[in-house]
Design a binder for this molecule. Structure first.
Ligand SMILES: CC(C)(COP(=O)(O)OP(=O)(O)OC[C@H]1O[C@@H](n2cnc3c(N)ncnc32)[C@H](O)[C@@H]1OP(=O)(O)O)[C@@H](O)C(=O)NCCC(=O)NCCS
Length: 157
C-alpha cells in the first residue's frame, strides 16, 4: 500500500474530535497510555505545543502532539488508526516532529513510551537512544502498572 495519498498538516483545538477518534481507535485500553479529551484540550492551547495531523481522503488517520520548552522538544503522543498502520504514517509523523522541533530551536528531543510498545523499534530506528526507565508510569484499568522507557536524541550542539 502507498502513503502517497497521505498529507501532513498542523492543526489545533478545532481538531480535538479527530484526535480523540484516532486515540480511541489506536491505543489498546488495557495499558492506560491514551489521554482523555480534557487532558488534550487542556494542553493543546499551551505555549510551545503543536499538533500535526495525518490526513487521507478527507479524514484524519493519525496525529502527533508535541511540545517545546526552551531547547528541549517532547513528543507527547503519536498514534495512527489501526487500519492505516504499517504504511509509514507513524514514521512520517515522527520525522515531521523532528523537523518542526529543529525549526523551533530544539537541541534535544525526548519521549516516553511503554516498555513493550512496538513503537520502541520506530524510535530506535529514528536514532533515539534509551536514557531511562520510569517504573509503574502507566496504569491500566485493571490496576496493573507498566514501566515507561525514556528516549532522547540530540539534534544539534
Ligand atoms: C506506533 C504507531 C504510531 C506506528 O504507526 P505506523 O504508521 O504503524 O508506523 P509505520 O508504518 O511508520 O512503521 C514504523 C515502524 O514501526 C514499527 N511497526 C509499525 N507497525 C508495526 C507492526 N504492526 N508490528 C511491528 N512493528 C511495527 C516498525 O518498526 C516500523 O518500521 P519498518 O516499517 O521499517 O519495519 C502505531 O502503531 C500506533 O498508533 N500505535 C498505538 C498508539 C501508540 O502506542 N503510540 C506510541 C506511543 S505514544
Amino acid at each position: 500500500m502507498s502513503t502517497l495519498t497521505v498529507t501532513l498538516r498542523e492543526g489545533g483545538l478545532a481538531d480535538l474530535a479527530d484526535v480523540m477518534a484516532v486515540m480511541d481507535d489506536s491505543f489498546e485500553p488495557c495499558f492506560g497510555e491514551a489521554w482523555t479529551a480534557s487532558q488534550c484540550a487542556g494542553l493543546m492551547p499551551m505555549p510551545g505545543v503543536w499538533l500535526t495531523l495525518a490526513r487521507e481522503d478527507g479524514g484524519t488517520i493519525g496525529f502527533a502532539l508535541s511540545r517545546i520548552v526552551a531547547d528541549e522538544a517532547e513528543l507527547l503522543l503519536l498514534a495512527v488508526r489501526r487500519g492505516a498502520q504499517g504504511r509509514g504514517v507513524g514514521k512520517s509523523l515522527l520525522a515531521r516532529f523532528e523537523a518542526l522541533a529543529r525549526r523551533r530551536g530544539a537541541a534535544r528531543l525526548h519521549l516516553e513510551v511503554r516498555d513493550g510498545n512496538r513503537a520502541v523499534k520506530l524510535y530506535e530506528t529514528a536514532g533515539f537512544g534509551l536514557i531511562g526507565r520510569r517504573p509503574h508510569y502507566y496504569s491500566g484499568p485493571d490496576g496493573q502498572n507498566y514501566d515507561a522507557l525514556t528516549f532522547a536524541k540530540i539534534v544539534s550542539i
